[in-house]
Design a protein around this ligand. Structure first.
Ligand SMILES: [Zn+2]
Length: 98
């Protein structure tokens, strides 16, 4: 658990604590796994929502509801594209000041 938390922190710049759901699912012939309905409802994941796939050490794969965010700080609010990269207002101001 702890190693997966560290993994996600290193990839996305924030802390998470991962815990087992106790759910085990088998992958089908096409590599698909069904995320249980109750878990999708709890996480606010709707049909056709983009899901981000994170990978790392210890054979860990984590799924996250995809939210476009600032490339520097992972903020999801007040973001705009700058030279093809999404940047938040705070980071834009910080860059402008330098
Ligand atoms: Zn930012």
């Amino acid at each position: 658990m702890t190693s997966l938390g560290k993994l996600i922190k290193s990839l996305k710049g924030y802390d998470v604590i991962m815990k087992s759901t106790g759910i085990v699912r088998k992958m089908d012939e096409l590599g698909r796994i069904v995320i249980p309905m109750e878990l999708r409802m709890t996480m606010g994941i709707e049909i056709k929502d983009p899901i981000e796939i994170l990978v790392g050490d210890d054979e860990c794969i984590a799924l996250k509801k995809y939210q476009p965010s600032c490339v520097f700080c992972d903020e999801t609010e007040n973001t705009e594209y700058f030279k093809g990269k999404l940047v938040c207002g705070a980071c834009r101001r910080e860059m402008a000041a330098q």
